[in-house]
Write a protein that binds this ligand. Sequence first.
Ligand SMILES: [Zn+2]
Length: 234
Amino acid sequence: MEPMPEDWESAVAVVAHPDDLEYGVAAAVARWTGQGKKVTYVLATKGEAGIAGMAPAEVGPLRMEEERRSAEVVGVHQVTFLDHPDGLVEYGIALRRDLATQFRRLQPEIIITASFDLTWGEEGPVNHADHRAVGLAVLDACRDAANEWVFPEAGSPWAGIRAAYVATIANPTHFVDVTATIDAGIASLREHQAYIDGLGTAFDPDEFLRNMAGYVGMGAGCEYAVAFHRYPMG
Ligand SMILES: [Zn+2]
């Protein structure tokens, strides 16, 4: 693993659900915004199917609000929800078009997304279908955004995306030292209180994030780190 280059000014982080970025990546986002970089969030869904026993019509607005507050904690002031159906996100043209539209509008140099592997680790549980659909569509939309003949109705082409970084534990190529910003990352996850309460089991954001970032940090040579797999673009 190498340190992730920080010679960029603007990134868009795309995930399926409110809370996906807060399970680790937000501590890296806090580091970048602290350096004066602009980071924007795009969420494929509002997370309306994410809390057992609570109706989607009630949960959607609640989780959007939690996500906006989480974003503010780490210096992100713009959060866009694409409103694909939570739990039923499909990889396909509609999702790629929506993502390419956002990339053309926001003109990022770097894209951040979450793991779209089939499983969490080699023998772990199956990764959520929405995560698999979104991660793959994000990588494809980077190319779509640059092609003037693909989705010509979706804004002027943007060919400035240099790389996509996928947050992962498996096969990481790069790491971000988050020793100085792990607390902001933890505070960001704590904003998802309704979601955490809805899990129905004891969950400590502090312990969870420190364990994960500490494990990655051991491989990176620092106290706490977030790992990414880099996909170069262009
Ligand atoms: Zn998720």
